[in-house]
Design a binder for this molecule. Structure first.
Ligand code: PMP
Length: 354
């Protein structure tokens, strides 16, 4: 009844979305603020008659809006149903077992090995520095690979590479291998490496509206790069699903991107709350990795990450625990509203003290 391929799949485990009890959710890096009011206005006024027809398969207007925002032609933009789908298409289009393993950081987004399993792509985890930041030099000593992918800022560590460092790195890697920078968390203090796509035809930048535009529920992600790479992604899309983005998603996403002031205001509120939280944690003797994302990766001496996760969950607060070797003492905490972070800090203080 089932295919051989199905038996070989190891699916991704997303962060908990509990339905049975109300938690303070600091576990899935969602934005605590609502999306742009323009999105609400639009969705409140949708003419449902328009849903009789299929949406634009190429999301042309949305790609133009994204192109205008980043100063690119729409032919350098690809859109998909969340950046997870965009990434999945990238894995299909660019990486191959005949060309060597795909390289990614030892501790990184746990969907990457899942896609590798799905598309039968070998992979190699590249060691990180002792402070858990990405070591670019550890990639450039590799000679045999079908491509490279890493998030910037990295997930779940939050550490960030400057564009100048990425440029140096791009000069050293094979120019006939695609490098993907997954910028899901770039808008919380980092600077996109988008300026490098004119210099490097093999560089693809992937972003999402799920985090900084508060639209995780709408499912819109996009990739930006050389037209030849974008055209390859369209070939994959049109071999799988011509209409990955519905009409509501295309229109609402456009409005969210155009509302630049609202987006900037929200991102800076989150950055401010992050800095407040980091300072408080350090004063309570928690170790906090430097983060440029809307989450932080933390641990405390002589406490296991599992205990921290379970204790907080029992008290009504969810954080993310991975338990992977090398990061088993850490938990990842999403930056919520200031009052959520105050509740979180109080919980830590009353449970474990300074
Ligand atoms: N990349 C990274 C590094 C992420 O953490 C996530 C969110 N889980 C994604 C991509 C996917 O986000 P989305 O599909 O919501 O765009």
């Amino acid at each position: 009844m089932f295919s051989k391929k199905l038996k070989q799949l190891t699916p991704y485990t997303p962060g908990e979305q509990p339905q049975n009890r109300k938690y303070i959710k600091l576990n899935t890096n969602e934005n605590p603020y609502p999306p742009s009011p323009e999105v609400k206005k639009y969705l409140d006024s949708v003419d449902t008659d328009t849903l009789k027809l299929y949406p634009d398969p190429g999301s042309q207007e949305l790609r133009e809006t994204i192109g205008n925002y980043f100063n690119l032609s729409s032919s350098m933009v690809f859109t998909g149903n969340g950046s997870d789908e965009v990434l999945s298409f990238c894995f299909y289009a660019f990486f191959d077992k005949d060309n060597g393993p795909l390289l990614f950081p030892e501790h990184s987004y746990s969907f990457y090995p899942v896609y590798c399993g799905f598309y039968d792509i070998p992979f190699k985890r590249i060691p990180m520095k002792s402070d858990l930041s990405i070591s670019v030099d550890a990639y450039t000593v590799e000679t045999d690979y079908s491509g490279i992918i890493f998030p910037n800022p990295n997930a779940p560590t939050g550490t960030y590479l400057e564009t100048a460092e990425i440029e140096q790195f791009m000069k050293k890697v094979h120019s006939n291998r695609v490098v993907i920078i997954d910028e899901a968390y770039i808008d919380f203090g980092g600077k996109s490496a988008i300026s490098l796509i004119d210099k490097f035809d093999n560089l693809l930048i992937v972003q999402t509206l799920s985090k900084s535009r508060s639209l995780a529920g709408l499912r819109v992600g996009f990739a930006m790069g050389n037209e030849i790479l974008i055209s390859a992604l369209n070939t994959v899309k049109d071999s799988f699903n011509s209409y990955p983005l519905d009409k509501l998603a295309q229109n609402a996403a456009k409005l969210a991107i155009e509302d630049i002031d609202y987006f900037k205001e929200n991102s800076s509120k989150i950055i401010k709350t992050r800095e407040f939280t980091v300072k408080a944690l350090k004063s309570m003797n928690w170790e906090v990795l430097p983060s440029m994302a809307n989450f932080i990766f933390i641990r405390k001496k002589e406490l296991s990450g599992k205990i921290v996760y379970e204790t907080l969950k029992n008290k009504g607060l969810l954080v993310r625990y991975f338990g992977h070797k090398g990061i088993e003492d850490f938990v990842r905490v999403t930056i919520g509203k200031r009052k959520d972070m105050e509740f979180f800090l109080d919980l830590l203080n009353t449970t474990w003290g300074k």
